[in-house]
Design a protein. Structure first.
Length: 764
DNA sequence: ATCTACAGTGGGAGTTCGCT
DNA sequence: AGCGAACTCCCACTGTAGAT
């Protein structure tokens, strides 16, 4: 009320000038600024207004064509009530409507296109208890048809004695309390309770003779709701249009269509709270009254009233843009002011930025983890597949070596020679056929038997390890840049591999000369160039020191001879017809010298010891003159394996193709010279598998560039990308095909492969 | 009176898959 | 390759119940 101000005032002259009937206006200047008029002055019936809106459509936002709603001779724009096209304004004995658009002041019942109704809120001149005045109230037409509205229910609580000012009401005095107050007849006090409202009433006894009505609409039959038992149901926009608190005795009421239940569902509890708080103004409302008003007006279901408190508290706690808590008044809320909203927006934006940054950080972290995991999985898949292939190759080789061993043992028996103790005959071919590697492992047959020196690596030859903690099987991956496995072969001006060069544990002093005319100097897997010389360090069989060993391939006539010469015993070289025989002999000497027991099992790889299985060496061999003339040497072994697998996969799923291309059968003449394989040479086989992967690229590149011995050839050792591509292929295969059928296919194929294909030479 | 935990819901963003 | 539909996942919002 105090906030009311004359926004616009039109003088009678102005009205007259505009063509209005200014004489009809009461120019009682005393009523112009008075807060309330005296209802007993007899003018209430004349001055009472009844503005009824029907056929509400949309709120009217403009003001150019609006009209002033005047009463008591004063033209005001106070709390605007937006009406829309088709709205009607009625009860106009003292109501003057100034239609700006038509520049005229209208009186009485109007039906206008657009009208802005201004009330004189707080003028308190309304008399609500006078039914008779309402009987004479104009009947507001709906859609242009005059229709008498239903009789209103009358005085809310017994007439004008009820006196509660607007301020009190807006602070939460419920109508029930008002009613209680009125029924007691004490006029201005409500019995005490723990309720804050009543405390407020005690502290602020009512003196003003005002009261607020709520009105409702019955679908055009505007009915009067005085006691708040029922209420209006507004949408937010609708509610904005009816921000017209009326004073005691008012028969001004608005009558929108009742808020439909289906539309009620579209507003949230917070929307409803916002509506009632907007009505309450800056003073806000107590939470209980917010709930009560929302429920009574049908904005929310009564059963959900309890939900509202949590929502509003949460809203304000989170920095709501809509609500704000009133300091010093627990449970009181008001709509946020513009400055509050700005502050809230700033805080919310800051929070949003923080959240966004955090989310971005988490997302980036997750993506990094995902990439790492994908990379790891790819590597695991590749490693798994590669190991599986190696295992198959190993199985096949084991079978062949086992057969060779049996043949050798058979020969020894035929000649009546004793069988060396390190050769045990327990590993049957059946075990190997089953793929049972345990039977061919280096584990002792019983506790009295001594474990072999090594299965993969000749430990007897290697320096003793000072740590007792077993090392993990996985070795640190060497980068392609530093690994000799993937390193390019260094060549001289004549295109020959340069020496000396370090290849793994060995240092190659001389790559020797390829002998291509005598087939005994190469096999399907290895080349034995005459004069090949390498050096490596190892334990001495004479002293406890480590000593340099020189390995050399000699011309033995039909085949090569493999010589190992210790630096501390150069006069007693070890010479054998196979590299494995040489290293086994050496290891026996070392073991015997150190343990005094010659009855040991030795397992070692001769080619590995000589460095013949080193990928770098094998690639370098291809650069030697006449290397391309070797008939049996097949560096593309793995390519063929993969081609076969691919062919089988295309024609069947997990079943070995019967039409697998037969593998090349090696002639006996091409086999290596007879040699004694004392044990299973796993390292040999692994190196073989690795070598083929690398050799494939080397030979293919060599052939593609037409390299010759006289041309400076830069061998493609781009095995890294090739392996990566291979990895992708394997990974893709692993993704697209079930793992188990693939294994079965490979395993079955390997087991069904003719053993002669894999049989090393010279063991017939 | 105030706050919290929990579940339901809807929308936005990203991904997958089929079609052209 | 491009496009769009279908789907999934995540998140904010909302409502409810209960704890403090």
């Amino acid at each position: 009320m105090d906030g009311l101000e004359k926004v616009d005032e039109i003088t009678d002259d102005e009205v007259e000038a505009l063509g209005g009937s200014g004489s009809e206006l009461s120019d009682d200047s005393s009523s112009g600024d008075s807060i309330e008029s005296d209802p007993s002055d007899g003018s209430h019936s004349d001055h009472s207004t009844d503005v009824r809106h029907t056929n509400f459509v949309e709120p009217y936002e403009g003001d150019d064509k609006s009209a002033l709603y005047a009463r008591d001779g004063s033209y005001r724009r106070v709390h605007t009530v937006h009406a829309s096209k088709g709205s009607s304004v009625g009860k106009a004995d003292q109501v003057k409507v100034f239609d700006v658009a038509n520049h005229e002041v209208k009186n009485g019942i109007y039906k206008v296109d657009k009208i802005e109704v201004s009330s004189t809120q707080g003028q308190a001149s309304y008399i609500s208890g006078d039914d008779s005045s309402d009987e004479d109230a104009p009947i507001l037409p709906r859609d242009g048809n005059s229709k008498k509205h239903s009789k209103r229910r009358g005085d809310p609580v017994g007439g004008s004695e009820l006196q509660v000012n607007m301020s009190e009401y807006s602070r939460g005095i419920t109508k029930n309390k008002v009613r209680e107050k009125a029924m007691r007849g004490d006029g201005d006090r409500v019995a005490s309770s723990t309720n804050n409202y009543e405390k407020h009433i005690r502290d602020n006894p009512s003196t003003e003779n005002t009261y607020e009505h709520r009105v409702k609409d019955d679908g055009g039959n505007a009915d009067y709701e005085s006691d708040g038992e029922e209420g209006l149901h507004f949408s937010e926009s609708e509610w904005n249009c009816y921000n017209l608190p009326a004073a005691k005795g008012s028969n001004v009421y608005l009558a929108p269509t009742r808020f439909p239940a289906e539309r009620r569902k579209t507003i949230t509890l917070l929307d409803a709270a916002e509506m009632v708080l907007r009505e309450a103004g800056s003073e806000g409302l107590h939470l209980k009254d917010i709930q009560s008003r929302c429920a009574k007006r049908g904005l929310i279901d009564a059963s959900k009233k309890k939900s509202l408190d949590a929502l509003i508290y949460r809203e304000t706690q989170r920095g709501s843009q809509r609500f704000t808590k009133i300091d010093g008044q627990p449970g009181w809320f008001a709509l946020a002011k513009d400055e509050d909203k700005i502050e809230m927006l700033k805080r919310k934006a800051a929070r949003a930025d923080k959240v966004r940054l955090e989310r971005h950080r988490k997302k980036a972290s997750s993506e990094r983890k995902l990439r790492y995991m994908k990379k790891t999985v790819r590597m695991m898949l590749f490693t798994n597949t590669a190991m599986h292939e190696e295992r198959e190759i190993l199985l096949s080789s084991i079978k062949a070596l086992s057969r060779n061993k049996r043949q050798l043992v058979h020969k020894l028996k035929q000649k009546g020679e004793p069988i060396p103790s390190f050769i045990h005959e327990s590993s049957s071919s059946e075990d190997i056929e089953k793929g049972d590697l345990l039977h061919v492992s280096s584990r002792p047959q019983n506790e009295n038997q001594q474990a072999p020196a090594s299965f993969l690596v000749p430990h007897a030859f290697m320096a003793p390890r000072h740590h007792s903690v077993p090392q993990p099987a996985m070795r640190k991956r060497r980068s392609p840049e530093t690994s000799t496995k993937y390193a390019e072969v260094l060549v001289d001006t004549q295109g020959l591999p340069t020496v000396p060069v370090k290849a793994g544990p060995v240092t190659v002093i001389n790559f020797g000369t390829v002998e291509w005319e005598r087939e005994g100097f190469h096999s399907e897997r290895y080349i034995w160039p005459i004069g090949f010389t390498s050096e490596r360090m190892g334990n001495s069989y004479l002293t406890e020191e480590r000593v340099l060993y020189t390995c050399k391939i000699l011309d033995g006539g039909e085949g090569p001879l493999f010589e190992i010469r210790a630096a501390d015993d150069p006069e007693s070289p070890i010479v054998a017809t196979s590299p494995t025989s040489s290293i086994v002999t050496l290891l026996i000497k070392i073991k015997t010298a150190r343990t005094g027991n010659a009855n040991v099992k030795i397992a070692a790889s001769g080619p590995a010891f000589f460095g013949l299985s080193q990928p770098y060496v094998m690639k370098a061999f291809l650069l030697l003159p006449n290397a391309e003339k070797l008939k049996q040497y097949n560096p593309d072994y793995l390519d063929e394996v993969r081609s076969e697998r691919k062919a089988n996969k295309d024609t069947s799923t997990g079943v070995v193709s019967a039409s697998a291309p037969p593998r090349k059968r090696r002639s006996r003449a091409s086999n290596a010279p007879s040699k004694t394989h004392a044990a299973i040479d796993n390292h040999h086989i692994q190196a073989h598998a690795h070598a083929h992967i690398s050799m494939r690229s080397a030979t293919s590149d060599l052939a593609g560039r037409g390299a010759s011995s006289n041309t400076r050839v830069k061998l493609s050792t781009d095995s890294g990308p090739k392996l990566e591509a291979y990895s992708k292929t394997v990974t893709s295969r692993a993704h697209n095909a079930p793992a188990e059928p693939l294994k079965l296919t490979l395993m079955q194929r390997m087991l069904q492969r003719p053993t002669s294909n894999k049989k090393p030479s010279g063991f017939s």
